[in-house]
Design a protein around this ligand. Structure first.
Ligand code: NAP
Length: 259
């Protein structure tokens, strides 16, 4: 029987690459993004390359009640794979950054991810099968001065995913937090031209490679997945230095690249 996958932020970057992998595996796709024209282009491209059914929903995932609205739009259709991928970053000192943008980020990364997971999970558990991939980040492993809200919200996504993955043991449903390091997508443009993410010339992965790693990890039911050996090492550093030192290291990297 055809399985159904729902992907948020599917019009660009990692979400788009994950949608390609799902199409290759003949999933029926529900693709969600805020950008209508990019989403329409993705639908046309995937439909011409693969024989798959694609439903697109143009949604702002930072709005109140959006997870319920999505479920109503798809008539509560059973979802076999849920990929909470949409997100963005914002660079700057917390005292100066734009609250409107930050509150939207918190809504997308935390509230919508959590609510959509809750709404989809019940059916998955009843049917005894489901795969959930939550797009966290290497940022989840330590505090991130000058990108405080982004790092903290990705930390939430990792902790939340690990906790429910544990609760769901034995149900047939798995939850994977994908924690990529710097990856070449449109992400860097939206963070700010000042961000260190824009100055990184080494250790920058391709979206295709990161998506493939995450996709495989999700299907294998891994609780968390860090693509790349160097990134795996970086995720351990905050455990071997003090918490203050971890924050200072990130601060220095961001400051160094700011000037
Ligand atoms: N690239 C990296 O270095 C990196 C590293 C670790 C984790 N990540 C995470 O990976 C995920 C995907 O990012 P990406 O790198 O693939 O960047 P991307 O190319 O910018 O893709 C993100 C997609 O999410 C959409 N989106 C943003 N806000 C939305 C909203 N309110 N409602 C609906 N859709 C929304 C974006 O639409 P618009 O562009 O139209 O706003 C875009 O299509 C994010 O959660 C990001 O935090 C990225």
């Amino acid at each position: 029987m055809t399985k159904t996958a729902l992907v948020t932020g599917a019009a660009s970057g990692l979400g788009y690459e994950l949608a390609i992998l799902l199409a290759q595996d003949a999933y029926k796709l529900i693709l969600i993004d805020i950008d209508a024209s990019s989403l329409a282009k993705v639908k046309t491209a995937l439909e011409s390359d693969y024989k798959v059914e694609i439903v697109t929903l143009v949604k702002d995932l930072s709005t109140q009640g959006i997870a319920e609205e999505i479920m109503a739009d798809i008539a509560h259709a059973p979802i076999d794979v849920l990929i909470n991928n949409a997100g963005f970053g914002l660079f700057g000192s917390f005292v100066d950054t734009d609250w409107e943008r930050e509150s939207k980020m918190l809504h997308v990364h935390i509230l919508t991810t959590t609510h959509l997971t809750k709404l989809v999970l019940e059916g998955m558990v009843k049917r005894g099968y489901g795969r959930i991939l939550n797009m966290s980040s290497l940022a989840a492993f330590q505090p991130g001065p000058l990108m405080a809200i982004y790092y903290a919200s990705k930390g939430y996504m990792l902790s939340f995913s690990e906790a429910i993955a544990n609760e769901l043991k034995g149900t047939g449903v798995t939850v994977t937090a994908l924690c990529p390091g710097p990856t070449k997508t449109a992400f860097q443009k939206t963070v700010s031209s000042e961000s260190s993410d824009n100055k990184i010339t080494f250790n920058m992965a391709s979206a295709k490679a990161v998506a493939a790693y995450g996709y495989k990890s999700m299907h294998n039911g891994k609780t968390y997945a860090i693509p790349g050996k160097f990134n795996k090492f970086l995720a351990i550093v905050p455990r071997i230095v003090s918490r203050n030192a971890a924050a200072s290291i990130v601060r220095k990297i961001q400051e160094k690249n700011r000037h």
